[in-house]
Ligand binder design. Sequence first.
Ligand code: SAM
Length: 274
Amino acid sequence: MVDLPPIRDVIQRHNLAASKALGQNFLLDEQLLARIAALPGDLSGTQVLEVGPGPGGLTRALLRAGARVTAIEMDRRCLPALAELGESFPGQLTVIEGDALKMDHGALMQGEPFHVASNLPYNVGTALFVRWLGGEGWPPLWQSLTLMFQREVADRIVADAGDDAYGRLAVLAQWRAEARLAMKVHRSAFTPAPKVMSAVVHVTPSPMPEGVSARMLERLTEAAFGQRRKMLRQSLKGVPGALEALAALGIDETRRAETVSVAEFVALAHALTR
Ligand code: SAM
């Protein structure tokens, strides 16, 4: 195994005091990082997109697993530490400076399949997650997503109908993908420790149900969960044909969105997709 200095030393030597504005909470425990990097399965020779490598803790675990990593980092202070890491894994690491929210990831990966592994600030992580899971093109170029989230967000992603956490994020993550909570991570694993607990979610694409447009499904969930306490006959009033489709499918219009399963949303979207 390539011998590397402890991440704590890298942070000190490169003066990488964590920036609150950039949502920086670093992971230093190499065993934990290796376990996260193992979640997608055997990565040797595969392409991995990592957003927010910071000082490179998860990056080194991915490189050690044999991945070819493309890493997007916004904080240019981290670039020298990442360049140093790249020297230990010749030809395996490409670092791109900039805001991942403003980049076309498929183009960046040159249209080749890739895995995504990331420990991101909450708002950036959720925005990218919604983008990776959206759109009409399916299957996506990404083969799996291994993402650290606040525990509360992870719960929303894997929730079932009827759970308190169930909502748009669960439907979006589950209607044509499998999402599981792969690992709970205590807040003390991060430096500095955030206020809340975290969890890693692992997502793989499934076949897309036939005859369903992603846009229609998104429109339905937006309307239904936009007024989640209201009955479907009220919340879906603005979606043409929705009330008739509810009746045709035998879904009681007095139910609320939080009780409607992913399969029922798919059936509704199917009935309304032209
Ligand atoms: N991956 C490292 C780890 O696990 O220790 C760092 C994680 S830290 C929570 C998040 C990283 O994402 C920081 O290095 C931060 O600079 C970077 N970041 C924040 N917003 C970003 C964005 N929009 N695009 C790219 N990187 C971003």
